[in-house]
Every structure is written in C-alpha cells, then in structure tokens.
Write a protein that binds this ligand. Structure first.
Ligand code: 13P
Ligand code: SF4
Length: 334
C-alpha cells in the first residue's frame, strides 16, 4: 500500500491518487459529507457514468459547465469530465481549488493540436481569425481569437464578418459541418474525436431500416456521412431537448452512450437505441477518457484535494480572453 506521499509523487504517472479505500466504505455518503465539509460543488458532463451523473450538483454540456464553473461560489470545484473542461474551469475561476479525479482523462481532440502548431498555421494565413472548439488545451486557447462549443458554434462563426478568413481547430468534423451550415470555407485543423469517428455508416443505415419509425440524431463531432443521414444534429444539450420535445418515440443516438441516462430520464416513455460503431466486439460508444473518473477517485480527490489543476498566470490570462469573448457573445444561448 502506498503512503500519501508516495501516491502524490506518482500522480503524473497514475493520473489519480492510488490509495487504498476500505471496501465497505459508502462512497456516495462519504462524497456527500466531503461536499459539505469542503464547501465543494460537483460538476459533471453527460458522458460521465450514471452514478456520477446522479451525484452531481450540476449536469451539463461544455458551455453550461463553463458557465457553472465561472459562477459558483463554492470553494472547491470537483470536475467530473475531462482535462480541458477542468482547465477551463480553473481559467475562469482561478481562486477556486479545481480537482479532476483523474488527470489522464484527456481527449483525442485536445491531444491533436498544440499552441505552437496553431500559431504556425496562422502565420501561413495572415489576416485570419483563429476559432477553436473548447476541446483544446490552454496553449491552444491562448492562440485563439474566439472559443466555441458545439451548442454555440454556428452563432459564434456567424458573428465574424463573412469576408474574414477563419482557421478552425481542432475538430475537422465539426469544422466541416460548420462550413456547410454557415457557407464558409474555414481552414480546418486535422483533429477528430475517436468516439464519434467510430460510428459506422453501413451499420447505422441498417439500424434505420430495422427501426423505420426511429429518428437518427447525431453530435456534430461525427463524420459527414453520418451527419448527412441524421434527422437532427446538435450538441449534447440540444440532443437531449430534441428527444424530449419531438413527437417521435424512437431514436437512434449517435453520440457517447453516457447521455442515454439523462435522456431516458427526460423522455421516460421513449425508445433510445445507441448507434453502432466499427468495433466488432462491442456495440458501445464509450469515451475511455470520460469513463476514467470513478466514485473512488472522486472521493480521494475531494479528501486530499488532489489532483488539482494549476495553470501559469500569464497563460491563463491569454486563454481567458477568447473564452470570455465566447461567454459574452453567447449570453442568450441556453
Ligand atoms: P457538448 O456537451 O458541449 O456537446 O460536447 C461534447 C463533448 O465532446 C464533450 O467531450
Ligand atoms: Fe474528447 Fe471525444 Fe471523449 Fe469528448 S467524447 S472527451 S471529444 S474523445
């Protein structure tokens, strides 16, 4: 068994405090107790596991979570999502202790792009505006003029004059979708979400034939052929609202499967069918990064206030600018 000191030293390798937790400990109760003791708020994304979603004080999409992180007056933010989200919370609210239960909860999109790479691309296209999807690290945000999330991206792009050239990073699928919807010709960074890219066109086409009354709905991180086939395309919160409000009673869902938990709660009588992926052995569309967070890791992170997100102040201030611009421009978007 590791001591706290050894576990803290091993944090960069393990991503979380690898300490023994008594098997019979009621983790939900302990986490609730720690919430009060530490004046903490638990923020969770819809792709987290069911038990984490049920424990959260606030459940939301990337934009809603950024707003909640900025507005909270709790002392500690426990971010149940991935690294770029918790880093964004720290950028927006630096006085708070922000813990991410497992710092190896990354993102293939964020990993695909660096600040230096983006700066080099901008130098090749002088006069361009750089717009980045929130799924990127602080270095990339610091090189960006504006940040977008999937729920405000169309409005954010449309806020930029038509004649201004735009570089869009890091999601080539969301970028291509935005080019189509807004009629732009943005230069696209070549990154992708490994979860949404795994959806299989032929298998989903067969699902549609097998469920003739079902509507296919998809997140815009999916590839163009899936989006073209979809009845509705939107952010996680838009997909949730669509299923709740639409008259159809069956839906094929092309996004990370964690969302089905909240979706079923909002639309109890409706049939939700996860869209099929390439994997022969698994029909699931789980984000390995999102699912690194567990109740045990949350408990340890709250108890020891580790791993905590830290960010260099100069970098924070640079990254803050395009995020604040987004929050200001999307004040009216829910
Ligand atoms: P939204 O919840 O903002 O739609 O983003 C999805 C996502 O990729 C989270 O990783
Ligand atoms: Fe990143 Fe995709 Fe996972 Fe979202 S679902 S965190 S975009 S890898």
């Amino acid at each position: 068994m590791l001591t706290l000191e050894q576990a803290t030293k091993a944090l960069p390798v393990n991503g979380y405090l690898k300490l023994d937790v008594p098997k019979d400990l009621d983790l939900v109760q302990e986490i609730k107790k720690l919430k009060t003791e530490k004046n903490a708020i638990i923020l969770a994304h819809y792709y987290q596991s069911k038990e984490i979603q049920d424990l959260a004080d606030f459940l939301g999409d990337s934009l809603q979570l950024a707003r909640a992180a900025k507005e909270t007056d709790a002392k500690m933010i426990v971010f149940c999502g991935v690294h770029f989200m918790s880093e964004c919370a720290k950028i927006l609210n630096p006085e708070k202790t922000v813990v991410l239960p497992d710092t190896l909860a990354g993102c293939s999109l964020a990993d695909s792009c660096t600040g230096e790479g983006l700066r080099a691309l901008r130098e090749k296209h002088p006069g361009s505006q750089v717009v980045s999807y929130i799924n990127c690290d602080a270095g990339v945000k610091a090189e960006s003029d504006l940040i977008v999330t999937s729920s405000n991206a169309v409005a954010m792009i449309e806020s930029i004059p038509k004649e201004t050239p735009i570089i869009f990073a890091p999601d080539r699928n969301l970028g291509a979708y935005l080019n189509k919807v807004t009629g732009r010709n943005m230069i696209l960074w070549d990154g992708a979400c490994i979860v949404h890219e795994a959806f299989n066109f032929e298998k989903i086409a067969q699902q549609i034939l097998d469920h003739p009354n079902a509507k296919l709905i998809a997140h815009p991180e999916s590839e163009a052929n899936i989006l073209e086939m979809a009845h509705f395309v939107g952010s996680t919160s838009a997909l949730l609202n669509f299923v709740r409000d639409d008259s159809a009673t069956e839906f094929i869902i092309a996004t990370e499967e964690g969302i089905l938990h909240e979706m079923q709660k909002r639309a109890p009588g409706k049939k939700l069918i996860p869209a099929l992926v390439d994997d022969e052995n698994c029909s699931c569309s789980e984000c390995y990064f999102m699912k690194r967070n567990t109740l045990e890791k949350i408990y340890l992170a709250m108890k020891y206030e580790l791993p905590a997100i830290e960010i260099d102040e100069e970098l924070r201030l640079k990254a803050l600018k395009p995020i604040e611009k987004m929050l200001e421009l999307s004040k009216n978007i829910k």
